[in-house]
Ligand binder design. Structure first.
Ligand code: ARG
Length: 460
């Protein structure tokens, strides 16, 4: 047991208590951020005369040595230390002596862990943002390629009206752009430095909080020391943004699974992103899409867990807050893994435009357009709706589609129909005429694709 306290205790900590209390098993994940924070703190302590230049240099060199040894596998972060903070301080003091003992001046593990968590979350947020951008680029590429690829659009999972693949992917594009912007918003709100808040009430040393904030890339120091050591809002916000990202990925995965099924056959997932069955030789399963869909629950779980942990906590720091880490880190890793795999899967999917188009043409997705045809010839929409309903019934009866129905049959139900009805309900006509902004028509789609191109340029 290597602890940073003990002076006022007369007994050893019970081993089970020690194990229950220790966080090294998971907070070692932010060893780099902990050392980064300590180096900034040491520089600041020297600038206000608490450390000599020599002590500061010893500390920085010492920490850099520890970092290098950890990264290169020469030094292991073991369970014998209570947490990552104790580990760094103990090894540092072991290596450089007296100066190491001065590092913690004007600092508490409460503001230290608040800082580490923030630095780590900020790094993860940027990594997620980069992964999202990769996905957005793949979506943009697919949109550009599939402006004319017709497919059925659905409501209630029933064929509704024809759209294009570009339009369908464009829907996810909007979600991913919002996700990206949400991360940027969180960054703006969270990027204030808690270091220098002490245990809860600041310190009596004349710490230069502006200096550490700026050394660590924060906009400024935080403004209330009690809030600083007990604020985990930014973790909750990030988990909530990750939950939304996972929800979007999960919905897309659900569609990919459907489209890849034997019934739809709209797409074929690449072999590299599929798996087989141990018993059924013919199988090629969409496991990656299913796993991404499945892992969504884990990320939601982390969000609910932390919200619940925080809800009853009085100011300021309470040990409950140590529970902010394990599930959160798991959620960060899960979301990053899912984003990377999803992007790879999407990029390599083989789309089958002919099957999609055939599916759009069967299933009366052009029924609204047939009604619009009547409206354009002076029939009130409500009457037109009824007339086309009768036509659909007739087609179902004959086992054909609206474009296979004879003109006599059309005319028998409404004399308004003429030969040009066939052109009006052609799947491509139906799509090409839908050019309100945001609709699947190629003219509208091209505008959106150009807008996205600008969006990408502005966000890189
Ligand atoms: N391991 C602790 C945590 O993760 C660090 C802060 C400890 N502070 C304290 N007063 N016990 O929250």
């Amino acid at each position: 047991m290597a602890q940073l306290w003990g002076g006022r205790f007369t007994k050893e900590t019970d081993q089970l208590v020690y194990n229950f209390n220790a966080s090294i098993g998971f907070d070692r994940k932010f060893y780099r951020q902990d050392m980064e924070g300590s180096i900034a703190h040491a520089k600041m302590l020297a600038s206000i005369g608490i450390l000599t230049e020599e002590e500061k240099d010893q500390i920085i060199e010492g920490i850099e040595g520890i970092l290098k040894d950890v990264e290169e596998g020469r030094l292991e972060i073991t369970e014998e230390y209570e947490d990552i903070h104790s580990f760094v301080e103990a090894v540092l003091t072991d290596r450089i002596g007296q100066a190491g003992k001065k590092l913690h001046t004007g600092r508490s593990r409460n503001d230290q862990v608040a800082l580490d968590m923030k630095l780590y979350t900020r790094d993860e947020l940027m990594a997620v943002r980069d992964l999202l951008m990769e996905l957005i680029l793949v979506c943009q590429d697919l949109m550009e390629k599939h402006v004319h690829t017709a497919m059925p659009g659905f409501t209630h999972l029933q064929k509704a009206q024809p759209v294009t693949l570009a339009h369908h992917i464009g829907a996810y594009m909007e979600m991913f752009k919002r996700d990206y912007d949400r991360l940027c918003d969180i960054y703006e709100r969270m990027n204030y430095c808690p270091l220098g808040s002490g245990a809860l009430a600041g310190t009596t040393y004349p710490l230069d909080r502006e200096m550490t904030a700026s050394l660590l890339g924060f906009y400024a120091p935080t403004l209330n020391s009690m809030d600083s050591v007990s604020d985990r809002d930014y973790v909750i916000e990030f988990l909530s943004a990750l939950s939304l990202i996972m929800m979007h990925l999960s919905r897309f995965c659900e569609e990919i699974i459907l489209w890849n099924s034997n019934e739809y056959q709209f797409i074929e997932i690449d072999d590299a992103y599929s798996t087989g069955s141990s018993i059924m030789p013919q199988k090629k399963n969409p496991d990656i899409a299913e796993l991404v869909r499945g892992k969504t629950g884990r990320v939601y779980g982390a969000l609910m867990s932390l919200l619940t942990t925080m809800k009853g906590l009085p100011l300021a720091y309470n040990k409950d807050m140590q529970e902010d880490k394990e599930l959160t880190f798991d959620a960060y890793d899960t979301a990053k893994g899912c984003l990377a795999l999803f992007t790879g899967m999407l990029k390599t999917i083989r789309f089958r435009p002919q099957i999609m188009e055939r599916s759009a043409a069967n299933g009366f997705t052009n029924a609204t357009d047939a009604a619009d045809y009547l409206v354009n010839h002076g029939v009130p929409f409500r009457d037109a709706h009824g007339i086309v309903g009768q036509l659909v019934l007739l087609c179902i009866d004959k086992g054909i589609s609206l474009d296979q129905l004879s003109l006599e049959d059309y005319k028998a139900i409404s004399p308004v129909f003429e030969e040009d009805i066939y052109e009006a309900i052609n799947i491509h006509t139906c799509i090409d005429k839908r050019n309100t902004l945001g609709a699947p028509g190629p003219a509208a789609m091209t505008k959106v694709i150009e807008f996205n191109r600008q969006w990408i340029l502005n966000h890189r």
